[in-house]
Design a protein around this ligand. Sequence first.
Ligand code: SAH
Length: 237
Amino acid sequence: MTTGKMLPMKVKVLTIFPEMFPGFLGYSLTGKALDQGLWSLEAVNIRDYAFDKHGSVDDTPCGGGAGMIMRPDVLGTALKANYDGGRLIYMSPRGEPLTQAKVHELSRVENMTVICGRFEGIDERIIDAYNIEEVSIGDYILTGGEQAAMIMLDAVVRLLPGVLGNSESTENESFENGLLEYPQYTRPVVWDGREVPEVLLSGHHQNIARWREEKAIEITKRKRPDLLKKYLDSKKV
Ligand code: SAH
C-alpha cells in the first residue's frame, strides 16, 4: 500500500577518508534528521577496493605534470560494488555550480552516490564510463571533494521534508525568490542606541511585507547586482 510518505533519502559517499563523515552533518538539523532516519549516509572507503597491499588509489598523470590522479580501475571497482542506481555525482571545480535551485532539485532525489576526489582529481574515463554529473561548490580549489560533498549535502538535507520545522520556512530566504534576504532584527528593541525599524513593530503586515521587499531589492542591488538583473528580467512580462 502506498502511504504517500516520502522514502528517506539514501546517500552513499565514496571517499578515501570515510572517517570524515558524517562530520558536521552529524550536528544540528542535519544530525537530528540523520538520527530520525529522514536520510541515511554511508561512507564507502575507496581504499578497500585497491589491488595492492598498500591500498594505492592514485598514480602519476599520463603526459606528465604535477600531482597524482585517482586510478580508474580502483574507483571503478568501488563504484561497481556500491553504485546501485540513482543520482551519481562527482564533486569537481569544473562541475555545474551549486545554486539553491540545484539544491531544491537534488532534495527530490531518493538515492544519491557522491564521489569525493583527492589529489588532482579522478581519471576522465570514469566520468565518461558512468556518465557522471559534476557539481562544483564555487570557483576555488579545495584539497578534497569531502568538504564540497558535505556542503552540498547540508544544503540538500535542510530541504528534506520534516527537517525544518513549519516555523522555519525557507520561502523568504536569500535566493529563494531571486533576491537576498531583507535585514532581520530581534529583541531588545533598542540596543546600544540602535533601534529596530519602527515598521517592524507596527503589526501592520502589508507595510511590513512592502518594507521587506524594498529592503531585499536594495540589498540585492548593492551586494549582488547580477542577481537583481535576473530578478527584474524574470518579472518582465
Ligand atoms: N586539479 C583539479 C582540482 C583538484 S582538487 C582541477 O584543477 O580542477 C581535489 C578534489 O577536490 C577534486 O577532485 C574535487 O573532488 C574536490 N574539489 C576541489 N575544489 C572543488 C570545488 N570547488 N567544488 C567541488 N569539488 C571540489
